[in-house]
Design a protein around this ligand. Structure first.
Ligand code: ADP
Ligand code: MG
Length: 239
């Protein structure tokens, strides 16, 4: 069992290295990408076969560990574009329950957090990671007990910060990936203080993915979000 998994990981890493030479237009199906069997099964079960333009453009970068700043209009499939590389990163690093929190997905609105959580549960179903939805509206203490068992958190900024500051069991030291959905809104004035506190509390060594409907090219925003040499992609037509 473990040997088979190690063989798969080695092969995925070899194929991922070759992504540098791949043109996004060649990625006609998810099967062309170096994805774990568990992710491929999750995609297939929900009839996701052909990646959208923003998925192709960003996956060939994000799967290589590159920080990505992506823009594509609403409905273009941004959720899978960030959920897939997150699952793959944790899988390749052999993340388990003892490793704690490995990835955080932030989104400005509760309703969007619900939607992301639902996509994650569908496509990530074959993986063994634990995921939590932290959006407030529930008793904070009730969430406490859930949160410290989670490998992946989908949250709104305010509620995440509340856990970071008030919950003694909450540990973000191991976070490998930070994703901002609707990144322009997450980084807007309204969330400025909250986001600054959150970003200060996360490890510098991590992959960061920013997704929104409009391109965030404001250098200050990217620096604030902790992006390292980010690559931009946008899919505005025929995506
Ligand atoms: P966005 O965040 O860009 O607004 P979503 O991630 O919410 O877009 O996806 C919009 C819709 O497209 C969803 O119903 C989703 O299931 C569907 N979708 C996403 N990727 C694919 C794909 N590769 N093939 C078919 N449908 C997809
Ligand atoms: Mg979206």
């Amino acid at each position: 069992q473990t040997n088979i998994e190690q063989d798969e990981i080695t092969s995925l890493q070899e194929r991922t290295a070759k992504l540098a030479e791949v043109n996004w237009e060649e990625v006609e199906s998810f099967d062309k990408l170096p994805l774990s069997k568990k992710t491929r099964l999750g995609l297939r079960e929900h009839k996701f076969t052909v990646p959208t333009k923003i998925q192709r453009q960003s996956l060939i970068l994000s799967l290589r560990g590159i920080d990505v700043v992506a823009a594509a209009k609403t409905g273009s499939g941004k959720t899978l574009a960030f959920v897939i590389p997150m699952l793959e990163l944790l899988y390749i690093r052999k993340w388990t329950n003892v490793d704690g929190l490995g990835a955080i997905i932030l989104t400005p609105v509760r309703e969007l957090a619900y939607q992301i959580f639902s996509v994650l549960n569908k496509v990530g179903k074959k993986h063994e990671f634990s995921a939590g939805l932290i959006i407030g509206g529930k008793d904070l203490k009730y969430e406490w007990s859930l949160v410290h068992n989670c490998n992946i958190l989908v949250c709104t900024p305010g509620r995440l910060l509340q856990h970071m500051t008030e919950n003694p069991d909450f540990d973000t030291d191991n976070v490998q990936m930070l994703i901002l959905d609707e990144a322009d809104q997450c980084l807007s004035m309204g969330f400025a203080d909250t986001m600054n506190y959150i970003l200060e509390g996360l490890p510098q060594e991590r992959q960061t993915l920013l997704f929104s409907a409009t391109q965030t090219r404001d250098v200050k925003d990217l620096v604030r979000a902790g992006c390292h040499n980010p690559v931009f992609c946008s899919a505005h037509e025929n995506s």
